[in-house]
Design a protein around this ligand. Sequence first.
Ligand code: AMP
Ligand code: ZN
Length: 477
Amino acid sequence: MQLHLYDTLTREVKPLEPVTCHVGIYCCGPTVYGPAHIGNFRTYVVQDVVVRTLQALGTKTRYVRNLTDVDDKTIRGAQQAKQSLQAFTSHWTDVFEEDCRQLNLLQPDVEPRATETIQAQLDLIGQLMQKGYAYVSKGSVYFRISSFKHYGKLSRLDQRCCQTQGTNSAGELNDADEYERESIGDFVLWKNRKPEDGDVYWESPWGQGRPGWHIECSAMSRLYLGATVDLHVGGVDLCFPHHENEIAQSEAAYGGTFARHWMHIAHLKVDGEKMSKSLGNLHTVASLLQKNYSREAIRYALMAGHYRHPLNFTFDLLNASQSALQKLYQYLSRLLATAQLTVETFEQEYLLASTLDKVKYLQGFFESLCDDLNVPKALGQLFTFVNDSNIQSLDAKQILYELGICMFVLGLPAHFSTDNVVIPLPVRRMTEQRWQAKQAGNYQEADDIRHILLKEGWQVLDTQDGYKVVPLKNYKK
Ligand code: AMP
Ligand code: ZN
C-alpha cells in the first residue's frame, strides 16, 4: 500500500514518493498573534493524519512546520500589549502548542521561527538580486514576477492577470510601498524599516527592515528540508499568492523543483458561514473544551470530512463525533475484556505505528486512507466493522493490533478523556439552544431551558468564553 494524494500543481492523484530515505514535509504554520481557531486546526489535524498514515505505512518522515513570528499583525499586537515582539509571540506560541497537545498532534521534527532564520532569508534575497529576479525600490526589495516565466503555474493564473490585479491578500502590500513597485503583481521580499515598526528591524545589505512573509517559508523549507520538499501543505487560501510566490522565489534562486507535491486543505465553515469574530461563530479548541466537549471529539469532527471539500462545523457534528467515539471506546473495552488485557497494555504495546503487513480485518480502512486520504470512507469502514463484528467469534488480539494502528493513524489515545462524564445528546442540544437564546437576548427562554436541565441533573455554568455543562452533584432522579 502506498499513500496517494491529489497534487494541486498537476491536478491529479498521484503517489507520494520520497526521493531520499524519508518524506520531507513542509507545512505553513500559524502566525502567532492570537489563538488559532478551529479552521486553522482543521488544516493541522489533516496534516497530522498524513504524517501518521505515512508512518503506519512504514515510511520515514521529516516534518517541518514553521511559526510566523514577525509580520504586521504580530508587530501591532505586541505594541498594543506593550510587550516585546519576542515576549508577545512566545505567549501565543505557547497557547498554540497547548492546543496542539490537546488535539494530540505529533510534534513536528523542526518548528522554526521566522525571526530565527533571518540570515537564510537574506541569503535567498541576495541570490535573487544577483540573478536579476529582484530589485530595490525605496529601501524595500521586490520580486519581479515578469522575470519568472513559470509564475502562476500552481494556481494556473495568467501572469498578465497577476500583473494587473496584484494582490494584497497577505495583508502586506497595502501601504505606500505598493506604488514603488514596477508592476503591481510584484511582491515584497524585504520591507524597508518604518517608524510604526518600532524596534523590530534587522540590518541587511539593502538597509534596515524586516522580511516579507513569503520569503520566510522558502528560506526555512530549504534550510531544514533541502532544495526540494516532497510535500508542501497548507490551507487552500495559501495557494495564491503565498505558495505561488514561494515557488517563484525558490526556483528562481536555486533552479530545480521546489516542491514535488502540493496539498491544499479546504476551509472549515461554521453553520455554513465563514468563521469570524463579528458573527460570533469563531471557535477555538479552548472554547470548545470549556463547553465540555472532549478533545477527541473536536479532533474527530475536524478530520471527519474529506480534506478537499469544505467542512461545515456544527454542534450536531461535534455531538455526533462524541457519540461515535463513545461507541468506538466501548468496543475497545469489550475487546480488551475478551483478550484479558488492560488499557495500559493496549497503550504501550498496540497503539503505535506498526507496519500494516499483517492486517486482516481492517484492510479497507487503510486502503481508503491511501486513496487521497479518504478519512470519511475509512471511518465508515471502521464503524461497519465495529457494528457488525461479533467479538467472540474473532481473534480479539488481532483486532486489537489492527485497531491500535487505526487509532494511531486517527490520533486517538487509548483513554477517552470523557470516559466518566458522558453528556447525552439531547442535553448538549438544549445547552446550545440556551446559549443561542441568551446570545439573542431571550433571557426568559434561556432561563427556562436552564431549569429544565437542572431538573434532569445538569448544571450550565457561564464562563468567560461561553458556557460549560456539568452533572449536578448529589442529583437523584
Ligand atoms: P494563518 O495563521 O492565518 O497563517 O493560518 C494558518 C493555517 O490555517 C493556514 O494553512 C491557513 O490556510 C489555514 N486556515 C485558515 N483559515 C482556515 C479555515 N477556515 N479552514 C481551514 N484552514 C484554515
Ligand atoms: Zn508558507
